[in-house]
Design a protein around this ligand. Sequence first.
Ligand code: UD1
Length: 419
Amino acid sequence: MASLDRFRIVGGMPLHGQVTVTGAKNSVLKLMAASLLAPGKTIIRNVPAIADVEIMAELLTRLGCTVESSLGMLTIDVPEVPDHRADYDLVRKMRASINVLGPLVARVGEAEVALPGGDAIGSRGLDFHIKGLEVLGANAHIEHGYVIAKAPKGLTGAPIDLDFPSVGATENIMTAAVLAHGVTTIDNAAREPDIVDLGEFLISMGAKIQGLGSSIITITGVEKLSPTDHTTVADRIITGTWAFAVTMAGGDISILGARPEHLELPLEKLASSGAVITSIENGIRVRMNQRPQSIDVATLPYPGFPTDLLPMVIALNSIADGHSLVTENVFESRFMFVNELIRLGAQINVDGHHASITGVNQLSGAPVEAHDIRAGAGLILAALVADGETTVDQAFHVDRGYPNFTEQLQGLGAKVTRE
Ligand code: UD1
């Protein structure tokens, strides 16, 4: 059973060679959901081989789509009238299921989507999603564990102010507003590259959107959209994970397919830690030949430091030279995994949303457990530099976001097996 799988890692090997980064999990899942907006065959390329893509494919299949997958390409055939209900048994596995909400209300005038599960990183409300749809004229509420939204006469464009630049809410509002009557503006919109990728996907379907990548997005509704063919943006969090890995373990790796412009702050921080980062054709090269210096980091919405790289920062600081302060500003429970790092010998004190870390010379291998995708990756990085053997249980969390992680690590010279 996948849930019993674990990684077994023997630390101490530097990393050498090259890895290829494919499309971003946090983009491709949204593109898949947005394909519901047009009947017919949409093609999505550069699709990562991760468990969450399979879950979203199953969800779309249950909504009446036919989904075919081959060599990093998905073909999604969307019916004239998709079903409108996304059941709990699937939605519980993955937060991004909520992204079918906007497209379904816009396309079929109603949606019933179970309240999602996903990572154990803190409470993740849906109030901005629901309020946004209400401002567009839908009747939306939560009932018996489902978000129910209805707009039988269609949606009407309107100005929407977000209290926080929520990625998911910006996406659901965008994918609802593209088929609304009139103009919608989203003020304090999220600016992540995933939002830009989704916006460009929608534009290629015929949507009218301005301001992508800025805090104000303007959407002029159109009557209908057409299927499209789109290549998913590269995964900046996986790129960052590899860059942190080599900065911790030492060595010299090329990360092909990387888009360094989406990772300016993390790469600057790694450079200040001692890594030498250069642009190469189709990616970046990261070299490290010293003990890392500790780095102070505060996470913020894009273009701030990504919260999804927080576990990697803490792992790095736990073996770096010096004392550091790391502040989490997006999710309340991201520090839950710190206890696992402490099992490896890290010296970390958590106070509210701050962690203060004193780097130790060496971590020591022990059995630990992943609680979410990124925490799992952070623990694997710590294991790569720990003395002796570490096992990381609950490997399925990592499978949700990192394609072929074991094979890619092995290819760089790490001693990792999957059992
Ligand atoms: C997405 C990413 C996740 C990333 C996060 C922030 C996916 C599948 N997940 O999550 O990996 O860490 O962006 O970059 O793309 N909030 C509310 N009410 C709402 C919506 C959000 O209070 O209606 C709060 C959340 O609880 C959280 C914060 O806003 O504290 C940020 O959430 P949001 O940006 O929406 O993240 P997700 O889209 O869930």
